[in-house]
Design a protein. Structure first.
Lengths: 196, 196
DNA sequence: TGAACTGTACCGTCTGGTCGGTTTATACAG
DNA sequence: CTGTATAAACCGACCAGACGGTACAGTTCA
């Protein structure tokens, strides 16, 4: 029950949390230093002491989000025994799971703010590039894996902008379809069709 | 050689063009009324005479973009004879074709600005919803069509944020894979695999 | 005591929007 | 053809608020 000692790292986390909440609730356009400070329970001075500029704050947010994403992915890696299309499955699982949570909405708002500072997106860019490479490299059927990964990515992206026309039922079907796609690949000409 | 008579609609288009250019070049963050006015060759007063507010301007930009997309789709409709998975084919074709052009970059920048005014995205939302319905309704294999459409959508979305890890070669392969997917569907368990 | 940290008042700039005035085109009367 | 009236189109100075950032004086802890 230590009187919540305000350490620097402590404040940093509180600030980052506050910023995420704000972005998530009212969008990146309203992400002002004043708002963040208020939300985090300190003054603008204190905020700027921890993050010398708004860009620094944004960069830290990106950093943290990527870290969380990676951690989540790592956690899933151990659960997936099957080696087949490992990376693709991973990516899809991560997307389908993580992306429906709060992180999703944060990412949504962030993109808007980040769009103006292309540099801030660099970490994200390289993360995606890595994922893509892994998928191409470790999949038995890269074509199917690429398409599957893209489809899942789109799901997230559309949600992100609240643009998704995909109903929950659709979602289930898509998930199943993606799994089938990864497991069995794309059918060739002259094969049977069962469900119609 | 009439001294380009300044009609209202004339100015409107000039303004819309200018705004698009700016968004495309420096991003939505720099889309100020002053900049647009200067670019369009009139004063801020004149600009605000044509569009009573910045939101009105943005809304008009969205409107025009949607209109262009629809026109493009209509144009393609006549070229695609095959009835199979018509809607999905159309949508994908439009995306693959149009989205690689200038409209793409404009859309990119726009999203950032639009993210703050969710209402401005309503037209886009309904457009997408319509497309989605059409795809589900008119496809022989809705599952495959949905996945295909999503994959193409992701391609556009990633490009939009300059986040795409997809190389030109990848793109070609994906395009082919999507076509196969639409034509032949997803393979089921216990079928031959030829390319490995 | 000193370093880490916080609070607050303030500044400069940017930007959307207002507003009164000016130009330009058109219609029409004489 | 000329003068006049009218309204649309346009101009640009100005304003108010928001926002990022600074300065600096306190405060707290080791």
């Amino acid at each position: 029950m230590i009187p919540p000692r305000r350490t620097r790292s402590n404040s940093r986390d509180r600030i980052l949390d506050a910023a995420s909440e704000i972005v998530c609730e009212v969008g990146a356009g309203k992400l002002t230093l004043d708002a963040v400070a208020q939300r985090a329970g300190l003054s603008k001075g204190g905020l700027l002491y921890n993050f010398p500029s708004k860009d620094a704050l944004l960069a830290a947010m990106v950093e943290r989000m990527i870290g969380e994403g990676r951690a989540e992915k790592e956690a899933l890696r151990s659960q997936i025994a099957e080696r087949r299309n490992l990376e693709a499955r991973l990516a899809c699982a991560v997307s389908l799971k993580v992306r429906s949570g709060a992180a999703q909405e944060v990412a949504s708002g962030m993109l808007a703010a980040l769009a103006e500072n292309p540099g801030l997106l660099d970490p994200v860019r390289s993360l995606i590039a890595d994922e893509w490479q892994a998928i191409k490299a470790t999949s038995e059927d890269p074509d199917a894996a690429m398409v599957a990964w893209l489809a899942v990515e789109a799901l997230g992206s559309l949600d992100m902008h609240s643009l998704s026309p995909v109903s929950p039922q659709d979602r289930v079907r898509i998930e199943a379809a993606v799994k089938r796609l990864l497991d069995f690949g794309i059918r060739e000409a002259g094969e049977s069709e069962e469900t119609r």
